[in-house]
Design a protein around this ligand. Structure first.
Ligand code: ADP
Ligand code: MG
Length: 213
């Protein structure tokens, strides 16, 4: 399998083929081994370069070996700036979850829809993809706790900052365990992203990819 030199398990091969992923993109080649090793990662690569699968695949592989958390609170939290992105990212998780033997679940929560439906869906969740404001509301209502999060992803971090989510993200950071793996992905690197990564990531591997493929 073209992905296996980068440490990815062979149980993904059918789903990768079904998705039309014949070989990993540059950011996937760089990020997958680092994430599998447990490193914090700052991944900078253009829109369309395959950043989603660069974190989804190694995160799922990590969950495959790990026991389910006792209370089925999220072990992976992905913060995204928009509802559309929340759906997209959770669809990528959903497409690879059937590769795993462990019964892993992924949910997306975001504003603009009823809280009640989302609260019920949060009964048992391993991977939570969320926009920051709605997640804070759900935490206030005791619908979810972040104390079991082992992996944090900030996806499209540049957009999270542009849309003014910095304060919400900071509030969420204070609710997360200090010992965790943190991954930050962005299409662009600027002073604000540098400052944010300094607060969130510990000794990160900095992966900056200029090519698209
Ligand atoms: P980004 O987050 O970097 O903007 P996405 O993760 O949304 O990019 O991926 C962009 C497109 O590329 C999606 O349609 C995705 O399915 C596709 N893609 C991702 N990885 C691969 C791959 N290894 N081979 C082929 N297509 C891929
Ligand atoms: Mg993306």
């Amino acid at each position: 399998m073209p992905f296996s030199p980068f440490g990815l398990a062979s149980y993904f091969s059918k789903a990768l083929a079904a998705a039309g992923y014949t070989e990993p993109t540059a950011i996937q080649r760089a990020a997958i081994p680092m994430i599998l090793q447990g490193a914090d990662v700052l991944g900078i690569a253009k829109t369309g370069s395959g950043k989603t699968a660069a974190f989804v695949l190694p995160i799922l592989q990590g969950l495959q070996g790990a026991p389910l958390s006792r209370h089925r609170q999220p072990r992976v939290l992905v913060l995204v700036p928009t509802r559309e992105l929340a759906d997209q990212v959770s669809q990528v998780f959903q497409s690879f979850i059937p590769c795993l033997s462990a019964g892993i679940s992924c949910r997306a929560v975001y504003g603009g829809v009823s809280m009640n439906t989302q609260m019920q869906a949060l009964g048992r969740v391993d991977v939570l993809v969320a926009t920051p404001g709605r997640l804070l509301d759900l935490i206030d209502k005791n619908a979810v706790r972040l104390s079991e999060v082992q992996t944090l992803v900030l996806d499209e971090a540049d957009k999270l900052l542009n849309l003014g989510f910095e304060e919400e993200v900071n509030r969420l950071l204070r609710l997360l365990p200090r010992q965790r793996q943190s991954l930050l992905f962005s299409a662009t690197l600027n002073d604000d992203i540098s400052q944010m990564q300094g607060l969130i990531l510990k000794q990160p591997k900095i992966l900056q990819i200029d090519e698209v493929g």
